[in-house]
Design a protein around this ligand. Sequence first.
Ligand code: GTP
Length: 608
Amino acid sequence: LPVEKTVTFSIVAHVDHGKSSLAQRLLEMYGNIASTDAVGQSALDTLDVERERGITVKAVTASMLVGEYLVNLVDTPGHADFAHEVRRSLGACDGALLLVDASQGIEAQTLKVAAAARAAGVPLVCAASKIDLPTADAVEVALELAALEFTKDPEDVLYVSAKSGDGVDGVMPAIIDAFKQPADDRRARPTRCRVLDGRYDITRGVVAVIQCVDGSLREGDRIAFLGGDGKEHTVQELGLLTPAHHRTGFLNAGCVGYLVAGLRDVRQARVGDTLCLATERDRLEPVDPLPPATQPGLFASVFPPDGGLFDEMSRAVDRLALNDASVTVRREAKARPTLGAGLRLGFLGLLHMDVFRQRLRDEFGAEVLFTSPTVPYKVRWKDGNVTTLEALDDWPDAAQLSREVSDILEPVVDIEVVTPREHVGACLEHLETARAQQTGIESTLDGRSIIACAAPWASVVDGLGERLAHASRGHATLAVDELPRYEAADVAKVDVLLNGEPVEALAFAARSADARDRGRRAVEKLRRHVPRQLFECIIQARVNGAVVARARIAPLRKDVLTTGGSKAVLGKDRKKKLLEKQKRGKARQKTIGKVALGQDALWAVVGS
Ligand code: GTP
């Protein structure tokens, strides 16, 4: 490229504050790479008309020519469940554009992404968005941004509307002015590229988004990953993202683009990895390493609707995991008597899990059973060792608990809640129930409060966000910060038993003080879903070996051909239908403690 000057930035914002819309506007205004000769070849020859499947309007990583600058807009990962993930991708940027919806004001995620940028040492340009809305108050947003010290001077805040286009032309000049880097000799240095993203393409293998930090890379080059598996790969295809693939055959220092090098697994090119020329592998250091990847924040098991479909479901999970290095997949150590073979999946957070679940349904073409998610607890043993409990099966038994365990540790995260002042009381009540420890409270200029807390991650996973939103008529927003830290907690595992046999998929962890209550609720839930049988059925909840709740379902004496206790004689057709239905039902039934439980009933109880 005849462009020596580059700027790389990212747009960060609270959900729905207009990130994608502004990115689209900027692309319309400057999406000019494919239509100019700047790449030194005829535009028509290289125009890659193939709209990549993975590139949606939502996720735009694109380069644009703005005057003498090549400006790379890098998308932050979709599953920004942890501010940590945003910080990782910001680590590759010269700066970030912080958008705040002028009709909404600052929200919890605004604070988190701004804090993440600050922690990554990334400067901010601030903008009030959606200024066309009649309820917009851009001046107030600007004052607020200055009060929070996200900008030095409220005068520096840009006012934009992606809808009307107002102010959009001022965005790029401000970005370039604020984030331009001093000229240096990056291009003369040995080649180092950093992986920013990757996805799997059926025909080409892994298509990675990379940032060329030093030197340059060309098609045909032999490359290797620093600290990787030592394998060498040949660069097959290189180009810019517009955001469609625009093949250039090379990338120079400062460029962000795509790379195809015959990799078959996204895990071979993880976000943050450094790649270099294979011959220089031994003499180079990684590019400033990005903060380490987050460990899974919660685990859930998936089971196929029918045991025979396990292999098919596994293949669907693997195909999806190919595109998301932050999902961990492990085959359940033992098949569950109730649910058969399953997979244990690790996710960053709830949003991440939900997205995966939706994709799995599409990919697999059928509903799968997701158990309710559990957070990873840890055990500190008396000998000083600490182990992680990914699954409740690993929970120490009553004997171990009394003799060998020193503490059960639970993940605790910092959270921030932004709410209109009149709902502070209701929010604080919910926070207290969730065992959140308040660490601070501040007021915003527009009459809202920012409540900072340390809360058990399990409470957040258990729907704290929805409860706060409900308590504040939809106004309160919650954001979760950082990596969890582990603190000793008084938690216990609750087992649910059907005629003396544990229903493993129903086990859960609860605060000891709540264990009895929650055990009782689980028993009640199961009682409602277990159909009466021909024999007596006992449901129990057990905490540390002691029964805390019990329910009995009386035996049933009548057969299916009598309805509702009446002796009414059924018509022939109806009789046939009932018998057929019963037969179908049987095929899908699972037997627990001799109790036949229909798939639907089991799912209603086990599913999250
Ligand atoms: P997420 O990716 O889901 O976080 O959303 P986002 O931040 O990318 O926001 P997006 O661009 O999808 O916009 C959210 C909503 O606001 C959409 O309904 C847009 O149509 C609307 N919107 C975005 N920009 C403007 C604007 O300038 N004016 C008005 N009136 N609406 C806008």
